[in-house]
Design a protein around this ligand. Structure first.
Ligand SMILES: Cc1ncc(COP(=O)(O)O)c(C=O)c1O
Length: 400
């Protein structure tokens, strides 16, 4: 018998997988707290408000009523029907219940959509900076991510012009995220129309991650579902993590034509059987309530965005655009990095954490080069904390 245990990870694809960079910095913030540093964290992408009480009661009632067994892998039929009705009203479209899958968070929907669409060698356009799971999952599926560098001069939008510059004959899919993590950009109507035109002309699919759809402070969110031809080209993804502040419940939504959703049902059976059932009852209640209660939350987030933007722009060497969506800002700190003589934005983030007690994420955590020279700030804390945190950074910079 060999004394060396067998290798338990043989998959070369799995070896390429990387953890989300953001979590590395959250661990660092925890380390700083352990050292006694009172950290103000702008790190996490998790809303700080509570969902409506009725949603939580619906979950408890579902458990009390014994809704704890397996159900269809695509989710509760009444929730699928409600999602279709809700989206049809919101986006003036024609989604059918059979075209809806309830998933384990938006993340599993992203994973399944990319895996359904990508064969080894296929290329997928992904935003850079962008949500790390896109790149990671494309590679895991054997595909090749083609990075579209979002530019500050385009307000970080994935415009049709930039997509045209990236097209190759192997591209099968464009991954769009609007409103966009980590920059806070929101696509304009003409961007959405232009991207769909490209998809039609080049026969490409669009995966549209719209999980921040309700966090738009200027103008409005333009969903790909509002396009009459969405069914031919689009896989729409959203969920209950952000608008309803239910990140830990893991309930996501995918909308696509029925043939795709049927396959998602088969994938889901083989991965997780079905999304957590009591939480789906909570999601159903959330949609029944509608979004009236969210108006105040949105106003508060707008005040936070403005406070964060104003305070950031007072810091020497920092330039922050007033981004219209999400709860993130993506300030340019290139001058600050060079003024203070740091090698990278990562080193600057570490110094701000351990010396000023403020957690900001380096733009390169998302996950490539597009974020070099930028930082992501998540404004999921009250205005006075935002001001205090950024004041600390300013004093720290001025003391240097
Ligand atoms: C762009 C984007 N998509 C998807 C997700 C994941 O959402 P969920 O919690 O529903 O898996 C996040 C979470 O941060 C996100 O920022």
């Amino acid at each position: 018998m060999s004394s060396v245990p067998p290798t338990l990870i043989h998959s070369t694809l799995a070896k390429q997988l990387e953890a989300e960079g953001a979590f590395v910095y959250l661990d660092l913030a925890a380390e700083a707290r352990k050292k006694g540093i009172d950290v103000i964290s702008f790190g996490i992408g998790q809303p700080d408000f509570k969902p409506p009480e009725e949603v939580l009661t619906a979950i408890k009632d579902a458990i009390d009523q014994g809704h704890i067994g397996y159900i269809s892998s695509l989710g509760l039929p009444e929730l699928r029907a409600k999602v279709a009705e809700y989206l049809n009203e919101k986006y003036n479209t024609d989604v059918k219940p059979e075209e809806v899958a309830i998933t384990v968070g938006a993340k599993s929907a992203i994973f399944m959509a990319i895996n359904l669409l990508t064969r080894p060698g296929d290329e997928v356009i992904v935003p850079d900076p962008g949500f790390p799971a896109y790149e990671c999952t494309v590679r895991f599926a054997g595909g090749r991510p083609v990075f579209l560098c979002l530019k500050e001069e385009d307000e970080f939008r994935m415009t049709p012009e930039r997509v045209e510059e990236c097209l190759t004959k192997n591209i099968k899919c464009i991954l769009v995220n609007t409103p966009h993590n980590p920059t806070g950009s929101v696509l304009k109507k003409e961007d959405v129309e232009g991207l769909l035109e490209i998809a039609k002309r080049e026969n490409l699919a669009i995966i549209s991650d719209e999980i921040y759809e309700d966090f738009v402070y200027e103008g409005k969110h333009h969903s790909f579902l509002s396009m009459p031809e969405w069914r031919d080209y689009v896989i729409y993804i959203s969920g209950f993590s952000k608008t309803w502040a239910l990140t830990g419940l893991r309930i996501g939504i995918m909308v696509a034509r029925e043939e795709v959703i049927k396959k998602v049902g088969v994938m889901a059976i083989n991965i997780y059987s079905c999304p957590p059932v009591p939480f789906q009852y909570g999601a159903l209640k959330a949609l029944e309530l509608g979004l009236d209660w969210f108006k105040d939350i949105k106003e508060e987030f707008k005040r936070r965005r403005d406070a964060a933007c104003d305070e950031l722009n007072k810091i020497p060497g920092v330039k922050a655009l007033r981004m219209p969506g999400t709860f993130y800002l993506f300030p340019n700190v290139k001058d600050l990095v060079s003024k203070l003589g740091y090698k990278s934005v990562k080193d600057l983030a570490k110094a701000i954490l351990f010396e000023a007690g403020v957690a900001l994420l380096p733009g390169t955590a998302f996950p490539l080069h597009g974020g070099d020279g930028f930082m992501r700030l998540s404004y999921v804390l009250p205005v006075d904390k935002i001001r205090e945190g950024l004041h600390r950074v300013r004093e720290w910079v001025e003391s240097k």
